[in-house]
Design a protein around this ligand. Sequence first.
Ligand code: GDP
Length: 178
Amino acid sequence: MDEDCDYLFKAVLIGDSAVGKSNLLYRFAKDEFFLDSKPTIGVEFAYRSIKVGDKIIKAQIWDTAGQERFRAITSSYYRGALGALLVYDITRKSTFESLKKWLKELREFGGPEMVVVLVGNKSDLLHSREVNLEDGRSLATLEQVSFMETSAKENLNVEEAFLHMIHRIYETTSQKSL
Ligand code: GDP
């Protein structure tokens, strides 16, 4: 355990290529941005610390670094992760249709208790929308996950989506002690 935090946990970004995962992570990590990589398994990750009550929580958030292009996400990517932002692009229906596959993989490798937040990104591109807000919301209800639309470009709801996931992870795990 790091000395500068009370809790440290891992969360992952997942979803099709070019939905905006890296841009979301850059936005969220911003000033405290600390990017690192594990070349051996080809991932990138960033840390950000947040305060919840009197506790300091440090989230280590993993990004695929483009590996999903080659369908090369392995179980080591998910191992130990307590949460996931599952991202699609509201302007590309195919990225929404892939969600079933990603959810199956998340549940298989990440375990049933993983906190999942469904994120419809690129909400600034309303004129090219292919996935309705209602479709995102219905899928989230069906799959019993949280849901938000975001824009990494305009910085809309990005902070909210990550913080929601982090708070939920904290709530579900602090009782059990991480
Ligand atoms: P990744 O492959 O999922 O990590 O996607 P990237 O973060 O590399 O983004 C893919 C492309 O979408 C890039 O050209 C980004 O500039 C663009 N992009 C990402 N997020 C947004 C957004 O919220 N709005 C718009 N308009 N473009 C975005």
